[in-house]
Ligand binder design. Sequence first.
Ligand SMILES: NC(=O)c1ccc[n+]([C@@H]2O[C@H](COP(=O)([O-])OP(=O)(O)OC[C@H]3O[C@@H](n4cnc5c(N)ncnc54)[C@H](OP(=O)(O)O)[C@@H]3O)[C@@H](O)[C@H]2O)c1
Length: 248
Amino acid sequence: MKTFTLITGSSSGIGQNIAIKLSSYKNIILHGRDRSKLEKVKMMCSNDNEILIWENDLKKIEEIENSLSNFIRDNNILINTFIHSAGYMKMLPFKMSSFSLIQETLNVNLISAMLISKIITNKKINNLDLSCIIFISSNISNFGAKALSIYGASKSALDGFMRGLAIELSSRKIRVNSILPGGIKTPMTENIYNDSELISRIELQYPLGLGESNDISNLVEFLISDNSRWITGQQFVIDGGRTINISG
Ligand SMILES: NC(=O)c1ccc[n+]([C@@H]2O[C@H](COP(=O)([O-])OP(=O)(O)OC[C@H]3O[C@@H](n4cnc5c(N)ncnc54)[C@H](OP(=O)(O)O)[C@@H]3O)[C@@H](O)[C@H]2O)c1
C-alpha cells in the first residue's frame, strides 16, 4: 500500500511551502477548505510523486474523524507522516472576544490536531505505518501578546498535547514534535507585513531579521528524516532570535 504525508493547511503559506518541498520525494495529501486553491498548489508540486487532495473544514470537528478515515479507506493508502500547519489567528482584545471565536480557534488549531492524531494512530484504520507527527505551533506558545490570548492558548495547549502524545507513542517509535515559528509573511500575517511602519518596528526585534516559510520547511525536513531519530516531545523555536532578545 502507498504511504503518504498529510499536510493540513497546505493550500496556503507555510503548509504550501512544506508540501511543494516534500513533493519531490514523498507522496503528499494536500489539505484545506478550497479545492480550487488546492488544485493550484498541486500544479506547483513535483509530479514525481502522487498528490491527493483532502478537502475538509476543520471548524466542523464532529466531521473530521469520519471524513479522514473514509479518505484513507477510499484511496487505499496509509499515512506515515502528519504535519499540522492549518491554523486560525484573529487578533482581538480578549474583552471583545466571543464564544464562537474561542471555539473556532481551538477547533482549527488544537482539537482537529487531536482528532487527526487519533485516526492516524488507530492501527485498524492506518495500520502500523506512522513514523512522525509535527505540529506547527507558534513562538507565542511560551509567551503572551496583546490581542492574542486565545490564539496563544490554542498553541500552548497544542504543545502540551504534543508532549503527552510523544510519550504515549514512543513505544511505537512514533516521534512527535512542535515547530514554533516567529513572524513569517503569509496570507495570515499580510495585514501586518503590508503596514511598512509596523513591520520596520517589528523587524528591529528580530536579531537575524525576518524569516520565510522556507526556514520552517527546512526544519520540517530534518524532523521527518532519520537524522532526528532520537528527537521527540520537543518545541523547536525558529524565530531568528526574537524570543531570546532582551536588548534594551
Ligand atoms: N505566519 C506566521 O507568522 C506564523 C507564525 C507562527 C505560527 N504560524 C502558524 O503556522 C501555521 C501556518 O500559518 P500560515 O502563516 O501559513 O497561514 P495561512 O497562509 O493563512 O494558512 C493557513 C492554512 O490553514 C488553513 N485553515 C484555516 N482555517 C481552516 C479551517 N477551518 N479548516 C481547514 N483549514 C483551515 C487554511 O486553509 P484555507 O486555504 O482553506 O483557508 C490555510 O491552508 C498556522 O498554524 C499558524 O498558526 C504562523
